[in-house]
Design a protein around this ligand. Structure first.
Ligand SMILES: Nc1ncnc2c1ncn2[C@@H]1O[C@H](COP(=O)(O)OP(=O)(O)OP(=O)(O)O)[C@@H](O)[C@H]1O
Length: 261
């Protein structure tokens, strides 16, 4: 597998919402078969970057290439090679899992019977097969998240964007999904993993990119980031890079306010 193939190339990416500069000149080359931990404080611009790559947000400047071609020159077909688990996924609650997953399959032009069969088997592996014919409105949070993960992967995408994919999952399911992500990587899939759970990002990522205030503040594997003047766990490094050292004071202030009469 050629892991030097650039699958995403971002040059001088800038994006503003009105007067607010959200991305201030991002440069990134992402290689096939890597797991990128894309992290940063709330509002740093992570989702904005992902939405630009997915073609969901326009109005940016700079160049964004996926599969070697500028996304502004590509027709919508490139999206069929991309999967996306959004931070807050909306599923059609009135549909059954079967109806929802086969509906998503149709959007990706997957043959109905093949999709139906595949969706049921994937649900079985994730331990929720018995709910295949039940409405999503009756599903627990973790069950819904598993359906969202299946829906993002049904079409076997080349690039997978995961925004807090483990949200609501129990420890067994977390272990399983992490292993699935590793397997996908081993098959040459490229994974963009965005999360605030630093322990997972630290363990799962080949490369960690820290976005802070619209700029890349650190980029490398965990050891490289650790050796380049920072030290400690990724959580500590993250707080250092993003200049956050007020947690003790703020925590005391918060609790003191609760005690006010
Ligand atoms: N449609 C919009 N209109 C105006 N401002 C927006 C819009 N979408 C995002 N923003 C602003 O852009 C900034 C970056 O948002 P973004 O969602 O990319 O951050 P993030 O790094 O994904 O944050 P989080 O960790 O909270 O998900 C935020 O300040 C947000 O308020």
């Amino acid at each position: 597998m050629d892991n030097k193939e650039k699958i995403i190339e971002i040059e001088n990416l800038c994006m503003s919402y009105g007067p607010k500069d959200v991305l201030k000149g991002i440069n990134l080359d992402i290689y096939r078969g890597s797991i990128i931990g894309y992290i940063g404080p709330n509002g740093a611009g992570k989702s904005t970057t992902i939405k630009i790559l997915l073609g969901l947000v326009n109005g940016y400047s700079g160049s964004v290439k996926v599969f070697g071609k500028d996304i502004s020159d590509l027709d919508e077909d490139y999206k069929s090679k991309i999967g996306y688990v959004p931070e807050i996924a909306k599923v059609y609650e009135t549909l059954t899992a079967r109806e929802y997953l086969t509906f998503v399959g149709q959007l990706y032009d997957i043959d109905y019977d093949i999709c139906d069969n595949k969706a049921r088997k994937l649900m079985k592996v994730l331990g929720i097969e018995e709910a295949y014919e039940s409405r999503l409105s009756s599903f627990s949070k973790g069950m819904k998240q598993k359906v969202v993960i299946i829906s993002a992967l049904l079409h076997n995408p080349e690039i997978l964007f995961l925004d807090e994919p483990l949200s609501g999952l129990d420890a067994n399911s977390v272990l399983l999904i992490k292993e699935i992500i590793q397997n996908l990587k081993n098959q040459g899939k490229t994974i963009f993993y965005s999360s605030h759970i630093m322990e997972v990002v630290e363990k799962i990522s080949d490369r960690i990119i820290v976005l802070n205030d619209g700029n890349i503040a650190a980029d490398g594997n965990f050891e490289e980031i650790k050796n380049s003047s920072f030290d400690g766990s990724l959580e500590e490094i993250f707080n250092e890079i993003t200049g956050f050292d007020e947690h003790s004071n703020l925590a005391s202030e918060f609790v003191n306010i609760l005690n006010e009469v």
